[in-house]
Structure formats: C-alpha cells, structure tokens
Ligand binder design. Structure first.
Ligand SMILES: [Zn+2]
Ligand SMILES: [Zn+2]
Length: 78
C-alpha cells in the first residue's frame, strides 16, 4: 500500500476549464517541484491543516491565455 498523488502518477487528468477564456487547463506539475519541499513560501503543514488527507498541490495553467491557478488533489492509496 502506498499513498500517491494521482496527477503526479498519471492516473488522473486535469478536468478544469480556464475561468478567463474557457480553454482547457494543463497540469504544470506539483508545486513543490517549483518551490522545493522546504521552501519558506509554501508551508505545506499549514496548508493541510484541518484537511483529512494530505494533498498534493499542483500548478495549473492555461496555454491559451497564460492564466494559472493552483489545485489541491487528494492523495489516493494504491
Ligand atoms: Zn501531485
Ligand atoms: Zn485561458
């Protein structure tokens, strides 16, 4: 048994539309890949406070207009 992020492992697709132009959002990868796991700018513990499960935060972006957002994906046990 292992707890993994379905997006990081290619088990799920992003299914979100850009709120600005309606284009399909693309997964830019886990946020910690950008900031590093010990970045002072991303306090994962406080972000996850009160949530039942650990989550993996991904950066989504719209290739059409450049809009970007973050989404928290619940980890799954496989
Ligand atoms: Zn992930
Ligand atoms: Zn867009």
């Amino acid at each position: 048994m292992e707890t993994v992020c379905p997006l990081c492992n290619g088990m799920a697709d992003i299914d979100q539309r850009c709120p600005r132009c309606g284009g399909k959002m693309v997964d830019g990868g886990a946020l910690e890949n950008y900031l590093g796991p010990y970045s002072p700018y991303l306090d994962v513990d406080s972000f996850n406070y009160g949530l039942p499960n650990k989550q993996c935060v991904h950066l989504l972006f719209c290739p059409a207009c450049g809009y970007d957002s973050r989404t928290a994906t619940s980890l799954v046990t496989i």
